[in-house]
Design a protein around this ligand. Structure first.
Ligand code: AMP
Ligand code: MG
Length: 435
């Protein structure tokens, strides 16, 4: 197992005061090891699960050569036959028909063809399909311009989609809608997937009230637990909502320990700054191994990360990975997507792919201090010439959750970067992918 000493060695410039985002990511990547166990689930239950094994195709898909168009199947050898009078027009006799699910069982002689529908098996003697629209049919004969077709046209070859014996999907793949269909096309009824990761989360703060309770003076509704629950649901983990924990060291210690005993990963929000009631970080320092707790980023400067032991660390129990997220609602979301998402995917056994990032033109100047990575909430639009334009949403305060709700992307301003001029290029990460 990796220890905190190893981590310090692998990140020599480790600066616990405000670690650059890239170095913090490297630490998270090292500590987030997959939770190995697997289970078998029915195909319909496999959506968004992570494959624990390669799925080897038991058949060729398609299983037979078949027509890609409605038309006529024939042997392309006739294309080389000289036509009477030097004309390019070719005539063939229709010997029968092939429908999807109903193959033509006769023999197709040279000079003959078979009426064929999309998906129907191409007779063994044929290798080419001419589309119906390109032919003229007169009785049991068709005529077409031989120059407009070449060998193999409009044929789907057996195994051209997936070849038997080859890996159709590989371990670590998150099963998407297309994959469920693909597995069905192989006749696969169930697959081996990693067990879902258990993620416990809670909010901290004496000022927090739950939805449904009256909002006392000076209090705020606890939105972080809802945001976290929703983000975790999208990642298809088993989320355990442990409620609100008061700003009392004993209550917080009990919450941290019980969360660590029932989950692979523990997420808390609030209490990681340097305020008088910020107990989360201080307790974490005694109950776990600290990877880092301050980052050179905005929002999200206070972010405690490391391992948390359920009891005494010599008891042999497995520690949970711990993220002490900031309290500010926008910072919770930004740090979740920058650090937690990747860790949860890696621990779930998934091959982690970086989110889609695009280059856009900033339509306004953006203030940015060098020496920290900034994530501004942006609205990206497509210009008439097909390029992307982006503008920050109004207030960028880390408590302004409506900015996150209005935005459709994050504008990522790199560590070294300074102010951005209007018209300058910036990187954006869109919130929504297609699938
Ligand atoms: P803290 O880091 O605990 O000092 O919290 C920073 C700010 O975030 C404070 O204004 C808190 O009221 C606010 N905050 C903390 N936790 C939550 C929460 N669960 N929901 C909404 N706001 C919160
Ligand atoms: Mg607090």
């Amino acid at each position: 197992m990796t220890t905190s000493e190893d981590i310090s060695r692998c990140v020599p410039e480790h600066d616990a005061q405000a670690l650059p985002v890239a170095q913090a990511r490297a630490i998270v990547r090292r500590w987030a090891q997959p939770v190995a166990t697997a289970e078998r689930v029915a195909l319909r239950a496999s959506l968004d699960r992570v494959l624990a094994e390669d799925v080897i195709s038991p058949i060729d898909v398609p299983s037979h050569n078949n027509a890609a168009m409605d038309g006529y199947a024939f042997d392309s050898a006739v294309l080389a036959d000289p036509a009477p009078g030097g004309s390019a027009e070719l005539e063939l006799e229709v010997a029968g028909q092939a429908l999807a699910g109903h193959a033509f069982t006769g023999h197709v002689a040279r000079g003959q063809c078979v009426r064929i529908m999309t998906g129907a098996t191409i007779p063994a003697e044929c290798d080419t399909v001419i589309a119906q629209e390109q032919t003229v049919r007169t009785g049991e004969r068709i005529a077409f311009d031989a120059r407009r077709i070449s060998q193999g046209s409009n044929c789907r070859r057996a195994g051209e989609d997936l070849a038997r014996g080859r890996a159709a999907l590989t371990a670590g793949r998150i099963v998407r809608a297309a994959d469920v269909g693909l597995l069905a096309s192989l006749g696969v009824a169930e697959v081996a997937v990693h067990r879902r990761l258990r993620v416990a989360f809670f909010s901290t703060g004496d000022e927090l009230r739950s939805v449904g309770e009256p909002l006392d003076t000076g209090c705020v509704y606890d939105s972080n637990r809802y945001t976290l629950g929703a983000m975790l649901a999208r990642l298809n983990v088993e989320a355990l909502d442990l409620g609100i924990v008061r700003d009392e060291p004993a209550a917080l210690e009990a919450a941290l320990r019980s969360a660590a005993s029932c989950a692979d990963v523990v997420l808390s929000s609030g209490g990681v700054s340097v305020g008088d009631a910020d107990f989360t970080r201080r307790l974490f320092e005694t109950l776990g191994d600290v990877g880092f707790w301050q980052l050179a980023m905005r929002p999200g400067r206070p972010l405690a990360f490391g391992r948390l032991w359920p009891t005494h660390r010599d008891d042999g129990l497995r520690p949970a990975l711990f993220f002490g997220l900031p309290g500010n609602p926008v910072a919770v979301m930004v740090t979740f997507y920058q650090f937690v998402r990747e860790a949860l995917l890696a621990m779930s056994g998934a091959k982690v792919e970086a989110p889609l990032q695009l280059r856009a033109t900033s339509s306004t100047p953006i203030k940015k201090r060098p020496g920290r990575t900034e994530y501004q909430r942006g609205v990206a639009t497509r210009a008439a010439d097909g390029t992307w334009l982006v503008a920050p949403t109004g207030s960028q305060g880390s408590g302004v959750l409506s900015s996150m709700s209005r935005a459709n992307c994050l504008i990522v301003l790199a560590h070294e970067q300074g102010d951005v001029a209007a018209g300058a290029p910036v990187e954006i990460v869109p919130f929504d992918g297609l699938i």
